[in-house]
Ligand binder design. Structure first.
Ligand code: COA
Length: 261
């Protein structure tokens, strides 16, 4: 299938999906979301694909977040629709019955960290940096981090990381359970392929059932309503002066001055 923002290669039944906007640190714009939605369908429907890896182009970033330039002028309803669409696409990835690993090759921030967390598990290179910096923009995460980061690292750490916008390096990510393995940037894809080669020797129906059951265990803990609340709160942030100030400050490359309005 032709994609405008993704590169795909099929090797030994593993689809390698590379988000390809390196000059914008692979930020997730509308086109990337459309392509991710379509590639999730391709992974699910193409019998030649037994598993997939999602990674980012270039040496600097996996994905540096949602594309902030697309935030300008959105009202609450449009912002909620943006968050809902992103969540739905990430649910499709999370609920794929074929294993999808994130190979995090640099910054995985905001929507990038959320995409990585929607994958079944993560491995990373030693230059990886994870984080949810939305509060710097007067915002909250909208693609599932309030739920999935909490599931992965626990409530206290999730609270602190999302309130401080502190970035997490590869070693800390390993320590707190955000990544399963660390390797060199050069070896990252090989490591992902090595793991998937093992998984592909197992019974595919059983693998699909493991994904389904583990996802149910996690959703039962958090409740679907947490995701809905996140969409609403994301929309509410969009109509604040602080959000306008935060995103303008990022685009103008200056420090934001928040007023609590
Ligand atoms: N949305 C849109 N554009 C983005 C982006 C994003 N989330 N992240 C990076 N970019 C763009 C930059 O605007 C810049 O574009 P330009 O060359 O046209 O000016 C380009 O990607 C390179 O980024 P730059 O900021 O110059 O790189 P850096 O090495 O100085 O900093 C980061 C890297 C990741 C720390 C920084 O880009 C950043 O903070 N990004 C935003 C992270 C974020 O808040 N994500 C959550 C969004 S909800």
């Amino acid at each position: 299938m032709p994609y405008t923002t993704l590169l795909t290669t099929l090797e030994n039944n593993v689809l390698i999906v590379t988000i390809n906007r390196p000059d914008k640190l692979n930020a997730l714009n509308k086109d990337v979301f459309t392509d991710l939605n379509n590639v999730a369908d391709e992974i699910n429907n193409n019998p030649d694909i037994k598993s997939a890896i999602i990674t980012g182009a270039g040496s600097k970033a996996f994905v540096a977040g949602a594309d902030i330039t697309e935030f300008a002028g959105l009202n609450k309803e449009q912002a909620m629709a943006l968050a809902k669409r992103g969540q739905d696409i990430f649910f499709k990835i999370e609920n794929s019955n074929k294993p999808i690993i994130a190979a995090v090759n640099g910054f995985a921030l905001g929507g990038g960290c959320e995409l990585a967390m929607a994958c079944h598990f993560r491995i990373c290179s030693d230059n990886a940096k994870f984080g949810q910096p939305e509060v710097n923009l007067g915002l909250i995460p909208g693609y599932g981090a309030t739920q999935r980061l909490t599931q992965l690292v626990g409530k206290g750490r999730s609270m602190e990381l999302q309130m401080t916008a502190q970035l997490v390096d590869a070693n800390e990510a390993l320590r707190i359970g955000l990544t399963n393995h660390i390797t060199t940037p050069e070896n990252l894809l090989n490591k992902a392929k090595e793991i998937l080669t093992v998984i592909q020797t197992k019974a595919p129906i059983a693998i699909g059932k493991i994904i389904e059951c583990i996802n149910i265990a996690v959703v039962n803990n958090s409740g679907k309503s947490g995701y809905d609340k996140e969409v609403e709160a994301f929309g509410e942030c969009f109509v604040t002066e602080d959000m306008k100030e935060g995103t303008a400050a990022f685009l103008e490359k200056r420090k934001a001055e928040f007023k609590g309005r």
